[in-house]
Write a new protein. Structure first.
Length: 423
């Protein structure tokens, strides 16, 4: 009879009946495996095969398990290894089935199972790990991963598309700030904002912030980005979505809501919104009302298209004669309004005369001929918090009618005194 340690391996045929991967090991070499193990390890090599060929560096831990001393058989260990270049975490259970002398010739059966991945609980393994960089490159967002030193260690293709920089160009934190925030004041404000968010974020893994901010991209174009930043395992992960188009649409819609479609100046609704704000500011304020003289005759003689051109030209000339902080609006028809913050009557009268001259000094070119155009201007002033808006505009309107009664193409101001009652 053959010695016990020279057992007939046909006695291990029962392994093939077990529905989990199992290996038979003797003297550090795999001498048999069942079909489930062959599927797991994907090996077609002839047996026996050394443990490192299947488990790599984890083979030393398994060998130590089989050499362990003490009462009873060792039970199991968890090991990390790469199978077919795919990282896996395995639980290896061991049981001695054929003791022998010397002990190194003992026959062991190893039971292999995959350990649940932490923290998400999904099993490690499969081609998805190997394909992970390619998967991340297909994401419709920009992705950046930074290490504990705030150095970028990974960026997907979307990152390059959004920022128009390769990661190596802005991986260092100082390059990030200098290139994406070229304006020193904006840069310092952005640094302070980020430092505040980090200070207020909970320690450990979790969200740092979700916000929107504007950066200067590699092409020199400013983009508005929406970002979500979070910590995980000592790394800082950022996702970015370009929302510039959404912001532009919002600005365009706001512009449409605030602007007169013909002339491009403020419309009536926006004028009264801004006027209300200026009145509440408790500062001197002058109001001017402008009316195009004999505009109905212009429309009748030259046509409405030319009349529209006149209104556009008047708006353009008025803009050129006003300060950046002054407010110009078209109230309707041929009537315009101007608000002059921090102006007394003398200065406001000078502005009104400048506007009148800007319109009268040159005719407006028409398709067939040139048309001289003039305006009448009525104005009123109020000191800090003196009168409500409707009263200020009523006084300016009263002055406008005085200018028309005076022959048009002139400026008149209302002093605030009530007109004499009719006899």
């Amino acid at each position: 009879m053959a010695p016990r340690h020279m057992m007939d391996f046909t006695e291990l045929n029962w392994l093939s009946l077990v529905a989990v991967p199992m290996l038979a090991v003797r003297a550090g070499r795999v001498v048999a495996m069942n079909p489930m193990a062959a599927t797991l390890f994907g090996t077609g090599a002839a047996l026996p095969v050394a443990l490192p060929a299947l488990f790599g560096s984890a083979a030393d831990s398994i060998a130590a398990l089989l050499r362990s001393e003490g009462k009873g058989d060792p039970e199991s260990i968890d090991v990390a290894c790469a199978i077919a270049d795919v990282p896996r975490r395995l639980t290896v259970g061991a049981r001695r089935v054929s003791p022998a002398l010397p002990a190194s010739d003992d026959l062991w059966v190893l039971t292999i199972s995959e350990t649940a991945h932490e923290p998400c609980g999904t099993a490690i393994g499969g081609d998805w790990i190997r394909l992970l960089p390619a998967i991340l490159n297909q994401l419709p967002v920009a992705l950046l991963i930074e290490d504990a030193n705030n150095v970028g260690v990974f960026a997907n293709r979307g990152f390059t598309d959004v920022f128009e920089y390769e990661l190596a160009e802005i991986a260092a934190i100082e390059d990030w700030w200098l290139k994406l925030y070229p304006d020193p004041q904006v840069r310092e404000a952005a640094k302070l904002d980020w430092a505040t968010k980090l200070a207020n974020a909970p320690t450990g893994d979790g969200t740092i912030s979700t916000s929107e901010f504007q950066v200067r991209c590699g092409s020199g174009v400013d983009k508005m980005l929406q970002t979500h930043s979070f910590r995980i395992g000592g790394y800082c992960v950022h996702t970015y979505v370009d929302v510039s188009h959404r912001h532009k649409m919002a600005l365009d819609l706001q512009l449409l809501a605030d602007t007169d479609a013909l002339t491009g100046v403020l419309n009536r609704r926006s004028f009264f919104q801004q006027a209300t704000t200026l009145v509440r500011a408790d500062q001197p304020l002058a109001a001017l009302l402008l009316d195009v003289d004999h505009f109905k005759l212009v429309n009748d003689r030259q046509g409405h298209a030319f009349g529209d051109a006149v209104l556009v030209e008047i708006a353009a000339r008025c803009r050129g004669a006003l300060r950046a902080g002054d407010i110009l609006a078209r109230l309707g028809g041929e009537e315009f309004a101007v608000l002059l913050p921090r102006q007394d009557e003398a200065r406001a009268a000078a502005v009104a005369e400048r506007l009148r001259q800007a319109i009268a000094h040159a005719p407006v070119a028409g398709p067939q001929s040139h048309q001289s155009v003039t305006i009448s201007v009525g104005g009123a002033c109020a000191g800090s918090g003196e009168v409500p808006l409707d009263e200020l505009l009523l006084r300016a309107d009263r002055a406008l009618y005085a200018a028309k009664r005076a022959g048009r193409n002139c400026v008149r101001f209302d002093s605030g005194e009530l007109p004499d009652a009719a006899p």
